[in-house]
Ligand binder design. Structure first.
Ligand SMILES: Nc1ncnc2c1ncn2[C@@H]1O[C@H](COP(=O)(O)OP(=O)(O)OP(=O)(O)O)[C@@H](O)[C@H]1O
Ligand SMILES: [Mg+2]
Length: 383
């Protein structure tokens, strides 16, 4: 079965495997990154898994990796102290770190790649695009929002929306990989965050996109690594700095599928909180169409029926479902031994392919989880 749970389980396993291999090769910095990625996937799995016994297995594994990360960090710190005595060029080191942790680019997602989500799109227009287009109108008490949080179930378009925003405005766009900041460069992460905001101010208007912001903005706890504690404090301070200077055009967009674990201090600094829900009927129909662009589709495919049958599916689940369905004609071609013939075309995808795919691709988010998101949206969302 190819549900998101399976995908996450694979991600956790393969990252952990890589981590162990890197560790064995003595590549500790890299190993930490992969452990951290495995931990992030496990956290999600634990949230999604409803069977207690299996949840427990994941929790134990998570604890084990987290402990290992802390041990590795200690070792790395000692080695670094040793190395810094030999006086490496600190500026270059910082530049290298920034390059690895932060991506400066224009993503190639367009609004038309995203089905519906009208409310979220409107909120982003208002909060990001208009103020960038007409800064003269967004002054004084009409000052623009500086912290925007996209939250909702996994696989429903949060990352897509942030990328489409970046693509449609003329602003410098920084994508921050929380797992790299929090792992490989943990000892230096405060410096990276400070430098990031400095660069954003220098290149304004700019947007800093922190995907999976929960990794960096989770509730602070007494027994966390003090480097993690410090990077949170720096991020809070930098965000305060943004608010203190209304004329600066720097904006932070965060995305999370675990809004409930955000520290209230971060929650408050994301003034505008936009819910990105499961796709409704029309959105699902549209997602099918978007993902079938460029594929030959038979006349018997009934998109209304498909949209009805996929109630409770996320956008990502539908994308997986489409991928499964459109593989079927290819498999037939292969079975007939025609794959090597360049002019042999697969038949158009039929309704039956989707019905078969529906048997194997199941929704990845449960009703009770959706209820939790909705509750959070009622309590903390911005309408
Ligand atoms: N509204 C949508 N329109 C078109 N495709 C969608 C939509 N929502 C999700 N998808 C599909 O699902 C994939 C995952 O979406 P995305 O990465 O934006 O999810 P996300 O909300 O950021 O999830 P996560 O919380 O797991 O990061 C997309 O690459 C796309 O294929
Ligand atoms: Mg995402």
């Amino acid at each position: 079965m190819s549900s998101s749970i399976d995908v996450l389980r694979d991600i956790a396993a393969s990252n952990a495997k890589t981590a162990i291999k890197l560790e064995r090769e003595g590549n500790l910095n890299e190993a930490i990154v992969y452990y951290y990625r495995a931990i992030t996937a496990l956290k999600k799995l634990i949230k999604m898994e409803e069977r207690r016994s299996i949840k427990k297995i994941y929790e134990d594994r998570l604890k084990q990796y987290a402990k290992r990360v802390l041990e590795l960090l200690e070792t790395v710190k000692k080695e670094d102290k040793f190395r810094s005595k030999s006086g490496a060029g600190e500026k270059d080191e910082l530049k290298k770190m920034i390059r690895e942790a932060i991506l400066i680019e224009k993503p190639n997602v367009r609004w038309s790649d995203i089905a519906n989500l009208e409310k979220a799109k409107e909120a982003l227009m208002e909060a990001v695009i208009w103020p960038l287009k007409r800064p003269d109108l967004f002054k004084g008490s009409r000052r623009p929002w500086k912290g925007i949080l996209l939250f909702g179930p996994p696989g429903c378009g949060k990352t897509l929306l942030a990328k489409a925003v970046a693509n449609s405005v003329n602003a410098t766009f920084f994508i921050v990989d929380s797992s790299v900041i929090l792992s490989k460069w943990l000892g230096e992460s405060e410096k990276i965050v400070k430098e990031l905001f400095r660069m954003a101010r220098e290149n304004q208007p700019s947007i800093i996109f922190v995907d999976e912001v929960d990794a960096i903005a989770a509730t602070r706890s007494a027994n966390e690594h003090d480097a993690i504690h410090r990077v949170k404090t720096v991020l809070l301070t930098e965000m305060d700095g943004m608010y203190a200077k209304p004329d600066e055009r720097v904006l932070v967009i965060g995305a999370t599928n675990m809004p409930e674990i955000l520290d209230p201090a971060f929650r408050r600094r994301f003034e505008k909180r936009i819910y990105v829900p499961l796709p409704d009927f029309n959105a699902r129909r549209e997602i099918f169409r978007i993902h079938l662009r460029g594929v030959a589709v038979s006349n018997d495919v009934d998109f209304n029926k498909l949209a009805k049958l996929t109630e409770g599916y996320t956008g990502h689940d539908i994308a997986l479902l489409v991928r499964e369905a459109i593989m079927r004609p290819i498999r037939e071609l292969a079975r007939a031994g025609l794959l090597d013939q360049k002019d042999a075309k697969p038949r158009p995808v039929k309704m039956e392919d989707f019905l078969e795919a529906l048997k194997v691709v199941k929704p990845s988010v449960s009703k009770s989880e959706i209820a939790k998101y909705e509750k959070w949206a009622r309590e903390f969302g911005s309408g």
